[in-house]
Design a protein. Structure first.
Length: 361
């Protein structure tokens, strides 16, 4: 298949592995930030292909996984209000909050509908004028423009029963937070492909400049990832950390200006609560004042119970790259994709789900 097969060519993969082996003279730790990359690495056995000097760690780039229990509790509490329809992407349904999940709330009678785009949610608002339709807005810079577009459209059409529970997060600030935490010494970051298609590469420039850590934006095919690793090892071995793109067919340095403009129109930067890390200043998005009518947290009063974390679940540490799913005592014993204890086992981009699906050493 055009644009797929050439990025899965075994002979080229072997050449890249040999190049990495040749270049790599010392142990390095690279973090693949994005959950999509974790899945691609596990699915294609890339960790096993790499020389022992190259260690790959999973990062916090799974939007469902990093959503804090307190925020999932808010979505569930909103679903229990009268005359409310919750609209959400499917992978949020099974994510456990402190006491329940959206799936359980739906089984108890809440009107919760899975949508495939924010436009679907808007359409449900138009078709149900007597109800309040709330979209659970999770995601990174990839999803944010579509949420922005829905809010701008709702305003232009004067749709008054559409709301967003705005839990959107930004990637560069959490990278900075991880580097500042210093729990793990990183030598390089495989930067997210889809997020970078929106934001470009300029927002990563502080990473080599202030932390001496290289960044390479990667696509999602095996050759994309191997090329990114080779470029990072080259940067490390030559002591020249910089921001590079190994995914030129998807990412431009300036990003997607139209999408950025739309985000800027609807949102302003705010603090956000990240699972396993806590509140990181300026790492999320909230609706600007002129759009706050659409903000579900402002429109509805919620009575929330005390936030509780799942006992024994180490998703937080996995998202910080400090532990792997294999370190969790519940992995494959108590926690399964059908009965997840934590979000990293729910999302298709979660590290635990990827380790479960594709095996792990
Ligand atoms: Fe949490 Fe389950 Fe992953 Fe353990 S295996 S960290 S319980 S999601």
């Amino acid at each position: 298949m055009k644009f797929i097969d050439e990025y899965r060519d075994p002979a080229l993969a072997e050449k890249l592995v040999k190049r990495i082996e040749r270049l790599s003279t010392r142990h390095v730790r690279l973090m693949e930030f994005c959950g999509g990359h974790t899945v691609a690495i596990m699915r294609n056995g890339i960790r096993q292909l790499l020389p022992p000097t190259v260690e790959m760690l999973s990062g916090p780039g799974c939007p469902v996984c990093v959503t804090a229990n307190s925020d999932i509790d808010k979505a569930i509490a909103l679903s229990r209000l009268p005359d409310v329809i919750i609209t959400t992407f499917g992978d949020m349904m099974k994510v456990p909050g402190s006491y329940s999940s959206l799936q359980k709330a739906r089984a108890e009678g809440a009107d919760i509908r899975i949508v495939y785009s924010t436009q679907d949610a808007l359409q449900i608002s138009r078709e149900n004028p007597g109800k309040s339709v709330i979209f659970v807005g999770i995601g990174f810079e990839t999803t944010s423009p579509t949420v922005a577009a829905s809010v701008l459209q709702a305003k232009s059409e004067n749709i008054r029963n559409f709301y967003v529970l705005c839990l959107l997060k930004l990637c560069p600030p959490v990278m900075k937070a991880l580097l500042n935490l210093g729990e793990i010494k990183l030598d390089g970051i495989v930067c997210p492909g889809h997020v970078s298609a929106v934001i470009g590469t300029h927002p990563y420039q502080f990473i080599p400049r202030d932390y001496g850590v290289g960044c390479v934006v990667s696509g999602f095919e095996p050759l994309d990832i191997l090329l990114s690793v080779a470029m990072l090892v080259e940067q490390i071995e030559s002591s020249k950390p910089q921001v590079e793109i190994a995914y030129r067919r998807g990412v431009k340095p300036e990003g997607n200006l139209k999408a950025l403009e739309m985000m800027d129109k609807a949102f302003e930067v705010a603090g956000a609560d990240w699972r396993g890390i806590g509140i990181i200043p300026a790492s999320g998005l909230k609706l600007r004042k002129e759009y706050e009518h659409f903000d579900a947290e402002k429109a509805f009063t919620l009575k929330l119970e005390r936030v509780k974390e799942a006992k024994g679940c180490i998703c937080g540490a996995i998202l910080r790259g400090v532990k792997t799913p294999m370190d969790c005592k519940l992995f494959r014993k108590v926690c399964f994709p059908e009965h997840p204890v934590g979000p990293c086992m729910v999302s298709s981009e979660g590290a635990c789900a990827a380790y479960y699906a594709y095996g792990a050493d």
